[in-house]
Design a protein around this ligand. Structure first.
Ligand code: 5AD
Ligand code: SF4
Length: 461
């Protein structure tokens, strides 16, 4: 067992708090708003698990909830502003409903001074906690409800691995499975290592047990999660070995994210050929196409090395869907350097790219770098990049027309009961005629049409 596990008795104590709340028989509804990445989505599922254990009920209507929790993100400034704006707005709700409990948690709370600031400035906030102590939610809610006092508790300690928490998942078809937490890479623009702590991996047996349980419950697809899954258990072949083991469990589809390009091993690439259930899709954030920028980002690969990795992956798995993250306007980036990003996008021809204007994060190295390019110019650059990527996305989707693809059906369309949506192995979303009885099934769909970001098809069976 990893030495950084949270002792089982501490988790057991939380179950006791939940039990005590349940015994109080307070009927409360809760609503969790999740901002940011998949990691936060998974954390919110655990919080929902705890709140259900407390005897509370989930509601989709924020206005009707007795407990509202905001799970925040701080990776870019606009995510922070959005969270803060939303939370401040809750003050109005509380005017009409003084017993409303307002909680704020997640990455933003781990930043220095944030919790204290919220405590002083916003007396209507009842509860603040961070990413490292989220497993204490029942205790905190108990304190707020039974002892009628505010709780502002954020731990500075580096993270740990909490096992045995309850979880209420958002979907019965696909599920997130954490394999590791934290990040050691310290890319110079990124706040994540500061708010999520150092890398720590879950024990293989715990991951396999969770996957087997999900399989038994009928889950069809699992997404293995980590800030850098390639450094699972310290790196090398451990992650590939883990995938090979999960592949034998009989879960239909396996995906993972995120992979740092510097840590992609040949063993992992081989998994795309060797593992039947590993889907041909890979998110491989490049961030920039220019070597000097990559170096100043501390990405520890060159453009050439990245392109070589892409080539290797495509030689093993020609039909793989590659996606990426790109930052535009890193401090000091020149127009010519940005053009290197454009040319890299033309070389790789991604299925999709998530593009961001660089946002300085206090405490990171890059926040101290000089940044002479105006926001106006950066906005023009990102628009150019988005247009270019839209071209390649459209090209990729067009090439799918005429193919018959196994689609895992996930949703019924919001617009029509007779249209369902799901993903191809490569990760393209397909909408086609069918009823809700198809949800959770993998069906053959003939692709008939390509839109801007999604495909249309007809059921083959
Ligand atoms: N500014 C802009 N984008 C950022 N990202 C991370 N930090 C920043 C920042 N300071 C982007 C990276 C990363 C994605 C999750 O968010 O592209 O891969
Ligand atoms: Fe941030 Fe880099 Fe770690 Fe990703 S690998 S979380 S970009 S520091």
């Amino acid at each position: 067992m990893s030495d950084n596990h949270i002792p089982a008795e501490q988790i057991a104590a939380q179950y006791r708090y939940a039990e005590r709340l349940k015994e109080l028989g307070i009927q409360k509804t809760y609503h969790i708003v999740t901002m940011g990445c998949q990691m936060n989505v998974r954390d919110s599922e655990t919080m929902a698990g705890w709140l259900d254990k407390c005897g509370f009920t989930k509601t989709d209507a924020r206005e009707k909830a007795d407990i509202i929790i905001y799970n925040t993100c701080c990776v870019r400034e606009n995510a922070e502003n959005k969270a803060l704006g939303n939370v401040i707005w809750l003050k109005e709700l509380k005017k009409d409903k003084p017993e409303l409990i307002i909680g704020v948690c997640g990455c933003m709370m781990q930043q220095e001074g944030v919790s204290e600031n919220l405590k002083q400035k916003y007396p209507f906030i009842d509860l603040v906690f961070g990413t490292h102590n989220a497993y204490c939610l029942p205790e905190y809610i108990y304190t707020v409800i039974a002892e009628q006092s505010r709780v502002f508790e954020v731990w500075d300690v580096d993270g740990s691995v909490p096992e045995g928490q309850p979880v209420t998942r958002n979907s019965a078809v696909n599920a997130f499975v954490n394999i590791m937490y934290g990040c050691n890479n310290f890319c110079t623009y990124c706040i994540v290592p500061y708010v999520r702590g150092r890398e720590r991996s879950r024990d293989e047996k715990d991951i396999l047990a969770e996957c087997a349980l999900l399989r038994d419950r009928g889950v069809k697809e699992i997404m293995l999660l980590g800030q850098n899954v390639n450094s699972y258990m310290g790196g090398k072949s451990a992650f590939a070995d883990l995938i090979k083991k999960i592949d034998t469990l009989g879960i239909e589809r396996i995906r993972f994210m995120t992979s740092h390009p510097k840590d992609i091993t040949d063993e992992l690439i081989d998994c795309f050929a060797a593992c039947r259930h590993l889907m041909p899709a890979l998110h491989l954030p490049v961030q920039a196409g220019d070597n000097e920028i990559l170096m100043r980002m501390n990405r520890r690969y060159t453009r050439e090395k990245y392109l070589e990795t892409v080539k290797k992956i495509r030689s093993v798995c020609p039909d793989i869907g590659l996606t990426t993250d790109i930052i535009v306007g890193f401090p000091g980036e020149t127009r010519r350097q940005f053009e290197q990003t454009l040319s890299l996008v033309n070389e790789v021809k991604y299925d999709a790219a998530y593009t961001f204007i660089y946002s300085p994060r206090a405490g990171t190295l890059a926040a101290k770098y000089e940044d002479p390019v105006s926001m106006e110019e950066k906005t023009e650059w990102i628009e150019e990049l988005i247009a270019l990527q839209q071209h390649w996305t459209a090209e990729t989707l067009k090439k799918q027309v005429g193919r018959v693809q196994p689609v895992l059906v996930e949703t019924v369309s919001a617009r029509s009961d007779n249209t369902v949506g799901g993903k191809t192995p490569r990760g393209h979303m397909v909408n086609f005629g069918g009823g809700k009885e198809l949800i959770g099934r993998i069906v053959n769909v003939k692709i008939t049409d390509a839109g801007k970001n999604t495909l249309k098809g007809t059921l083959e069976e």
